[in-house]
Design a protein around this ligand. Structure first.
Ligand SMILES: Cc1ncc(COP(=O)(O)O)c(C=O)c1O
Length: 480
């Protein structure tokens, strides 16, 4: 790994490019992808000593892998944590952090505003194993204080929360939790380590979905758990080693390369998100705009105190409820409807019917996730294009449809829509065999922006021939 020229530690941008790199004896520039499940030993003694711990050697990629280790070292350096373990997904990170530490009879206190699957772990999974759980309103310190009157072993916090961007006062809650003897786990997905460092405020463990901003280009799933060397080696590692939520070295490599541009992407996305949040506040169709760096956010002062930017997500409420929210989403031409976030492409979702659809309606109401609420993950497109797209879609909601723009091209690959193959033999060979017949697809709603799909509904004679996506490329001409 690169070393600083002075005593001053390397800055985040440098750590994101160079942190954790281990060059092999062939001196490659880019991090190597060790796509291997196992490792070989020089002799039986070395194998034995590796298993007893007397020798240092990679054993098996479920326990550790050089590419994964580079990712872990880069993330630990960025977070300022002693140790890190990468996992297959963000949920593997959250569940490993909790299940490795807890046992029957323990008690967990969590902020109520959690991502849907994290909410399920606390409300449904942990009680099945004899662990008591209690939710509090994360912004209300009196509720935290009351909850810590009884013994508590672990706290789970998400700040800003998914999807309504509520904050928890990290310093105050960590102090209360430590006085009660609890280990504090912070899900820092929405802030990223560039905008918020929970360990600076006392957090013991920080978890990430690397699927989001770390990859940042919507390619792979991944997760990470960061903590003290002692906790990671003694509590977390035996759990990961024996239960197997390991990340693929390929995914770890993609995320390593994604991290190299995190310090360029996140600030650019934050600038666009802030501009969009301000623009939304001016619109009559919107009831409430949630963005931590808006002066109207009820926890604006706290956001300024513990975050160095407002983040890449903006949530807002359409006044007309679910119907208005759906009309708005369907009218967008640049922003895609998708429940992922942190991508270079702007993505929008309706939490009540997607990410938080499994949370009861009563609990959603408590969390402020109304039927009109939508969550926008701002990407790297030109902010003017995003503002124009959102404004035009709001015009549609208001009943003043803007002139339709040319939709983005869509390559149609679904069997139900794609043309029949011209050369069945060649194409059948190229396609992977199906184990079972494909289930019948439900009828699709009208396409949002795909001209080719609309064409598919027209009589065959009127259709222009579709390109054969599986055809072999035309032979290249030899250079003269
Ligand atoms: C706050 C938060 N935590 C955890 C996760 C889970 O991450 P993954 O999808 O990588 O399992 C998500 C996913 O959206 C999330 O938003």
């Amino acid at each position: 790994m690169a070393k600083p020229a002075s005593d001053r530690p390397l800055r985040p941008a440098t750590l994101l490019v160079r942190g954790g790199q281990m060059r092999s004896n062939i001196d490659e520039t880019s991090e190597s992808l060790y796509l291997t499940s196992g490792f070989v030993y020089d002799n039986a003694l070395q194998a034995e000593q590796t298993f007893t711990g007397a020798a240092q050697h990679f054993q098996y990629s479920r326990f550790g892998n050089p590419t994964v280790q580079m990712l872990e070292a880069r993330l630990a350096a960025l977070e300022g944590a002693e140790a890190c373990r990468a996992t297959a997904t963000g949920m593997a990170a959250v569940s490993s952090a909790m299940l490795s530490h807890l046992k029957a009879g323990d008690r967990v206190v969590a902020s109520r505003a959690l991502f849907g699957s994290c909410h399920w772990i606390v409300s449904t999974l942990l009680p099945r194993y004899g662990i008591q759980t209690e939710f509090v309103d994360g912004g209300d310190l009196a509720q935290w204080e009351a909850a810590f009157k009884r013994p508590c072993q672990m706290v789970l916090i998400e700040t800003p929360s998914n999807p309504m961007l509520e904050l928890v006062d990290l310093k105050a809650v960590c102090e209360l939790a430590h006085a009660a003897g609890a280990v504090v786990v912070v899900d820092n997905v929405f802030a990223t380590p560039l905008l918020q460092k929970p360990m600076k405020f006392g957090a013991d463990v920080v978890v990430y979905s690397a699927t989001k901003h770390f990859d940042g280009q919507g390619r792979v799933l991944g997760g990470a758990v960061l903590g003290s060397k002692k906790w990671v080696e003694e509590i977390l590692q035996p759990f990961i080693r024996n239960t197997g939520p390991a990340i693929s070295p390929f995914n770890a490599w993609v995320i390593l390369k994604g991290l190299e541009t995190l310090h360029l992407r996140v600030p650019a996305m934050c600038r666009s998100a802030a501009a969009i949040a301000q623009m939304l506040e001016e619109r009559a169709e919107i009831g409430r705009v949630c963005y931590p760096y808006l002066a109207s956010h009820p926890q604006y002062a706290l956001a300024k105190q513990q975050m160095s930017g407002g983040g890449t997500l903006v949530s807002f409420e359409l006044k007309g409820g679910k119907e208005a929210a759906f009309r708005f989403l369907d009218a967008l031409r640049v922003v895609d409807i998708s429940n992922n976030l942190g991508d270079s492409k702007s993505l929008i979702t309706h939490p009540a019917t997607t990410t938080h659809s499994k949370v009861s309606a009563e609990e959603r109401a408590r969390l402020g996730i109304s039927e009109g609420a939508v969550r926008l993950s701002v990407g790297l497109e030109d902010v003017e294009d995003l503002v124009e797209d959102i404004a035009a879609a709001l015009d549609v909601v208001a009943g003043n449809p803007a002139p339709k723009k040319k939709p983005l091209a869509r390559m149609v690959v679904e069997e139900s829509v794609a043309p029949a193959p011209k050369k069945p033999a060649a194409r059948t060979k190229a396609k992977p065999a199906r184990a079972e017949p494909a289930p019948a697809k439900p009828a699709k709603p009208a396409p949002r922006k795909a001209a080719p799909r609309a064409k598919a509904a027209e009589p065959a004679a009127a259709e222009a021939p579709e390109p054969d996506l599986f055809a072999a490329p035309a032979p290249r001409r030899k250079r003269g």
